[in-house]
Design a protein around this ligand. Sequence first.
Ligand code: GLV
Ligand code: MN
Ligand code: MN
Length: 411
Amino acid sequence: MPGHDLAIDIDRLRGRLDRLAEIGAIDGGGCCRLALSDDDRRGRDLVVGWMRELGLDVGIDAIGNIVGLRAGGTGGAPVMTGSHIDTVRTGGRYDGNLGVLAGLEVVEVLNTAGIETERPIAVAVFTNEEGARFAPDMMGSLVYAGGLDLDTALATEGIDGATVGDELRRIGYAGDLAPGHIRPHAFVELHIEQGPILEAEGVTIGAVENLQGISWQEVRITGQSNHAGTTPMRLRHDAGYCATAIGQFVRELAAGMGGDQVGTVGAIDLHPNLINVIAASAKVTVDLRNTDEAKLQEAERRFAEFLDELAEREGAAISSRSLARFEPVTFDAGIADTITGVAQALGHSTRRMTSGAGHDAQMMARLCPTAMIFTPSVGGISHNPAEHTEPADLAAGANVLLRTLLALARP
Ligand code: GLV
Ligand code: MN
Ligand code: MN
């Protein structure tokens, strides 16, 4: 089979990772490239420039997804890879970026070797995977897969009051193509694990076979501002207390349910946020995840009951709205088998695994057979500037991506 001796160039891949990480660089080696910010635009411009240098036919759709296409010999639906380059505010340099830049590295290897695959190969950069500025997360791939209508996505207001549509136009990435213009034959995403399992088990490659369900809510609490020194405890309607009680409840709910249930209160906004004023209002985000849809629904139900009880007890008005809700996803077992097979043929240890994080692949799975390749994260750390993956593991993941794409595109 042509291509059996091909290998990616880890220095070239790391060079691109380093150059991209210079855009929005923050202390500790990480990145802040919130979706549709100026730094996101600079990152996009850099990646699009690389795509064009590699001869890819670059298309941009109306939600700002970028797809670079490498023609195939016999045409047909492309095999697609890719991920995202937006980050959380305190992000690392590998989350998302690895999947995009490893896709470009695969293209460069094929170009240099003069290999024409039967099917085209597409490398995608999806808009706003993180959801840290605009909810829901995986927005670009969700719209691409038809799970969210374009107008609703464009009208989404972010944490700073800006809308997706305005920001796309401002940074010059409101494209002409209809999202979903290419329906891939298959989708494969390389990503760092962002968790501790591969490192703990000394395994190099995870073949990801499923991904847990995600429920995001925003809770708004309205109490009554009053003097912190004069107001008896029994007369308080304290939004600050409610916010912290929610944090405590979510922690205990997840711990009490056990299994795969996780729960996080990641953002609390108090008003007026002063030392001697009982908070009048609060906004709290809640992130609940479980691999089991029934258990995730149980967590949501118990949380809703707690909010009712808390509102009653504190005499506060509490409402919640869903920011994102995705059921668990099962990936394509055949592609996960291919990933396992090529990784083992390259001499790597492998395991099947679940993804704890959300990924564009979970949306693409609605369109075509999909699976993911995970590489170890040092210390299991991610969404943190200290996020790190050893070069040998980056190389292993990118080589597994190369072989998997070649197998699917039938060289
Ligand atoms: C996306 O990174 C998520 O899992 O929150
Ligand atoms: Mn990611
Ligand atoms: Mn992320």
